[in-house]
Structure formats: structure tokens, C-alpha cells
Write a protein that binds this ligand. Structure first.
Ligand SMILES: Cc1ncc(C[n+]2csc(CCOP(=O)(O)OP(=O)(O)O)c2C)c(N)n1
Length: 295
């Protein structure tokens, strides 16, 4: 028996500007609500990673770190974000919708036939902000490094490239080829964010295939590495500020932000549970989740 309810998407959108830390909470909450609503309507998809990384997305897109024009996203002066962990698409879609680049109500089409909001991002669908197709883990970061190389060395502009991978994703060897290239080519315009929730599709990351120590690995690959609490707006701001300073000071070092998060954060029954990697809430669970997020 299902207790379906009318799903309505708010139309409020948020500006991208320098903020005080406490200003990010309502934005992250709005992103989380849109994720839950879209997933329950879709009846399939990934809850855990998107909810757990919503605070990172709120700061990255709404804190003045990424430059974009909501009315002309693919204009030539934009910074780029690549979601290498393509299965986490709902958080990227919800974030971009909250900028006003497309209506938040379009979140209701997630995973529906012919939608611009494919289960994994599809560049050809033309959704503002989707820079590349992704979903085959370990590939997006190589594409992102290529973008940063072309910005810095071919076009010689000051554009920034941000890329988020999961922590399970870094088990893919190609991730480290991309990392090696980023430091070899001195890409201080490249910011790699690792969503370090310790969870992956079939268990805890260290038990499936140990990736630790991540910090030392990234340092050995030539990154300036910042470990932070991925749910602390202050710590996230400090991390992105350090990336900006690295670029502005021409350090020649790419930046890696290891953001310690909890899968499903914001919804109590999903918190830190790898079982929520790849399933949507039922209608009953969505009602509870939205109630929690509204409080
Ligand atoms: C090359 C490749 N192998 C396997 C998969 C299947 N897969 C999708 S998500 C996932 C786990 C990823 O874990 P993590 O990066 O930690 O993401 P999280 O569980 O935190 O969302 C796997 C194995 C894939 N998408 N691509």
C-alpha cells in the first residue's frame, strides 16, 4: 500500500555570492528536499551520495567560487564543474536548478523517458551546467584535468575547473593517471573534491578495497591537500578559499579537498548507511525525510 502525496517544487532560487557560513544551511536544505522529491517520483536512483554531498555543492556553487551565468551557462567565460561520480547526478541537478538555470519543477522528470535529467549526466541532453557525460567511474576526472589544461596552457585564461569524485571511485587506476597529469602540468586552476563518506555500493570503502591513506597519496601526487568536515560550511569555505589562493598566487599546485561526509546526511535513517548508495526512498520514507528536512 502506498501513501503517495502531491509533490511540489518550490520556485525560490539562490544567488551566487560571497556569504557568511550560516547562509548556506537553507540552500543545502533546499537542494536536499529537491533530491528527495525527485527520487521518490523517479522510483529509482541514488539517495546516499547526493544527500551526503549537498553541503559541498551549496558552498561550491553559491559561495562565489564558481563563476557562471544562469542565463547563458555555456558562455565562454564560465568555470566548469565535472561530476566524475556520475551516479550522484541528483545533487548536481538540484544544485543547478536552485541557481535558476532551469526550473526546479523540472526535477520531477528525473530518469523519465527523454528527460534532460538522465540517471547519469548526459552532455547531449543540453541541460545547463552539465559539462560532460559521466557515470563510468574514473573517467570524469580525466576529462576535467583536460579542461583545466586547455584553460591554463592553450587558452591561457583564469578559469577554474572543479571535479568531484567519490572515495570508492578512487579505486579506479585512471583517477591516479589524471592526478599525476594535474600536478605534472602545474594545474593550480584545478580543484579535486573527494566525497569521503567511507561508503560505496557494496560496503565500507576500506573493507571493499582500502584507499587509505588518501591524504598522503594525494600529497605524493603533488597536490595541496586539505582535509575538512564536508558538513561544516566554515571548513568548506576555508578549503575553497585556499584553492582560490593557490591559483591566484600561481603556486603551480592543484588542490585536493578531502571532504569527510556521511552518506545520506540530513535524513536520519539514511545517515552513514551504505545500503542507501543506490536506492530511492519509498513514499512513506520520503514523507519522513521531507518532514525532517523541514524542521
Ligand atoms: C567503471 C565503473 N565501475 C563500476 C561502476 C558501478 N558503480 C557505480 S557507483 C559505485 C560505487 C562508487 O562508490 P563511491 O565513489 O564511494 O560513491 P558513493 O557510494 O559514495 O556514492 C560503483 C562500483 C561504475 N559506475 N563505473
Amino acid at each position: 500500500m502506498s501513501s503517495q502525496f502531491a509533490v511540489e517544487f518550490d520556485s525560490t532560487v539562490y544567488e551566487n555570492k560571497r556569504r557568511f557560513p550560516e547562509e548556506f544551511a537553507p540552500i543545502a536544505n533546499s537542494i536536499r528536499q529537491d533530491i528527495v522529491k525527485a527520487l521518490v517520483l523517479a522510483g529509482s536512483g541514488h539517495s546516499g551520495g547526493p544527500l551526503g554531498s549537498s553541503d559541498i555543492f551549496a558552498v561550491m556553487y553559491f559561495g562565489g567560487y564558481m563563476r557562471y551565468d544562469v542565463n547563458n551557462w555555456f558562455g565562454s567565460s564560465r568555470d566548469r564543474f565535472v561530476l566524475s561520480a556520475g551516479h550522484m547526478a541528483p545533487v548536481m541537478y538540484a544544485t543547478i536548478a536552485n541557481t535558476g538555470a532551469f526550473p526546479r519543477s523540472e526535477m520531477a522528470t528525473l530518469r523519465k523517458y527523454n528527460t534532460r535529467l538522465q540517471g547519469h549526466p548526459g552532455r547531449d541532453m543540453g541541460l545547463p551546467g552539465v559539462e560532460t557525460s559521466s557515470g563510468s567511474l574514473g573517467q570524469g576526472i580525466s576529462i576535467a584535468v583536460g579542461m583545466a589544461m586547455s584553460d591554463k596552457h592553450l587558452d591561457k585564461n583564469d578559469h577554474r575547473v572543479f571535479c568531484l569524485t567519490g572515495d570508492g571511485e578512487i579505486q579506479e587506476g585512471s583517477v591516479w593517471e589524471a592526478a599525476m597529469s594535474a600536478s605534472h602540468f602545474k594545474l593550480d586552476n584545478f580543484c579535486w573534491i573527494i566525497d569521503n563518506n567511507d561508503c560505496q555500493i557494496d560496503g565500507r570503502v576500506p573493507e571493499v578495497m582500502n584507499v587509505y591513506p588518501i591524504k598522503e597519496k594525494c600529497e605524493a601526487f603533488g597536490f595541496d591537500v586539505i582535509e575538512c568536515n564536508g558538513h561544516s560550511y566554515t571548513e568548506l569555505m576555508n578549503a575553497f578559499d585556499r584553492f582560490m589562493a593557490n591559483q591566484q598566487n600561481g603556486t603551480g599546485k592543484p588542490t585536493a579537498i578531502i571532504a569527510k561526509t556521511y552518506m545520506g546526511h540530513g535524513v536520519s535513517f539514511m545517515n552513514d548507511k551504505f545500503e542507501w548508495h543506490g536506492k530511492p526512498p519509498s513514499w512513506e520514507q520520503a514523507a519522513v525525510a521531507l518532514q525532517e528536512l523541514n524542521n
